[in-house]
Design a protein around this ligand. Structure first.
Ligand SMILES: [Zn+2]
Length: 329
């Protein structure tokens, strides 16, 4: 069996607030006057294996945000996340977060994004990893707030930022409600991925593609629509698949239900991801292990996932080319 820690990996769908290093968070919280024992912190930041609902899952994002309200906390949290990924041979990591959730102490979007990039830049110096920042706009937030995030994203494109995304409750806020914002992103030249089809709603995937998304966050509802899978296969529209997260939020019940192999049969580009390393108590190696246990990944499957992921990344050809050379199975 392949050693999934050792093989080079690409991660494209990882939320900063859901992926904070526990030890680092404990220190940051303590420096900010909030003291927790490790087991208490783990309870507050990780869902139990018996996670019953999306609500129980979402509760785990409250405390991490206390670490992300000042420049030092944001920089340290970002550095620790990239280090953890590099330690398991993630060679390229795209991390997403919502700047609008880090403003409780008055930080400006530019300073928040610069603090993340400062942490990542140190990690790129210290470890063999490349990084990219994806800014999340949020379903349910005011349009002006979301538009400001897209505007600053475009201004900082190339200074750490690679794209934007939309996250949040896709059942209550269908993608059509955000058509103008993504037209704006397209007009000003900010690439994007879109969370869609995580909870079974195919129309949110179709809507995302209509808006020009070349990548879909999760996209698992596509399994219900063979024509859509064929379309994504022939147009190289990729799915960012996050199996453990999907099981915990009850999108499906077992790793065997993950649609990754069917997507590959239809030619849909696929990448494997953690979504939220800490909340889900997972690593990218573990996601590969579980999918391997469920389906038995061949060397060819592994290479395909690596190459598809590179095809999907928001980086220029020189980065893609150097990542391709790192495959060593
Ligand atoms: Zn996500």
């Amino acid at each position: 069996m392949a050693d999934f820690i050792k093989i080079p990996k690409i991660e494209l769908h990882c939320h900063l607030d859901g992926s904070l290093d526990l030890e680092t968070s404990r220190r940051l919280l303590s420096e900010r006057g909030e003291n927790y024992e490790m087991d208490e912190l783990a309870y507050l930041m990780q869902v139990p294996d018996s996670c019953e609902s999306l609500a129980e899952y979402l509760k785990r994002f409250d405390l991490p945000n206390h670490c992300l309200q000042d420049a030092a906390g944001i920089e340290e949290s970002s550095y620790a996340l990239a280090k953890n990924a590099a330690d398991e041979n993630v060679k390229y990591l795209e991390v997403r977060f919502a700047p609008a959730f880090s403003t409780s102490k008055g930080m400006k979007y530019r300073d928040i994004i610069e603090a993340v990039e400062k942490g990542f830049s140190r990690a790129r110096t210290d470890f063999d990893i490349e990084t990219g920042i994806i800014l999340c706009i949020m379903r349910g937030l005011e349009e002006t707030v979301n538009k400001d995030v897209i505007t600053i994203g475009r201004e900082m494109l190339g200074s750490g930022v690679v794209a934007c995304d939309i996250a949040g409750d896709e059942a209550s806020y269908p993608i059509e409600m955000y058509a103008d914002l993504f037209k704006y992103a397209k007009d000003i030249g900010l690439p994007f991925t879109i969370h869609g089809g995580e909870t079974g709603i195919v129309s949110n995937i179709i809507g995302a593609i209509d808006l020009g998304a070349k990548r879909i966050g999760h996209g698992i509802a596509m399994i219900k629509d063979p024509d859509l899978m064929k379309y994504c296969g022939s147009h190289r529209i990729g799915a960012e698949i996050c199996p453990t997260s999907n099981i915990q939020t009850k999108a499906y019940t077992r790793y065997e239900d993950c649609p990754i192999m069917t997507f590959m049969e239809y030619g849909v580009p696929v990448s494997l991801n953690t979504d939220n390393r800490t909340v889900s108590n997972t690593t990218l190696s573990r996601e590969f292990e579980e999918i391997n246990k469920a389906f038995g990944l061949s060397d060819e499957n592994l290479k395909r996932i690596y190459e598809d992921s590179i095809d999907m990344i928001f980086a220029d050809d020189s980065v893609k080319h150097s990542l391709l050379k790192k495959w060593n199975m």
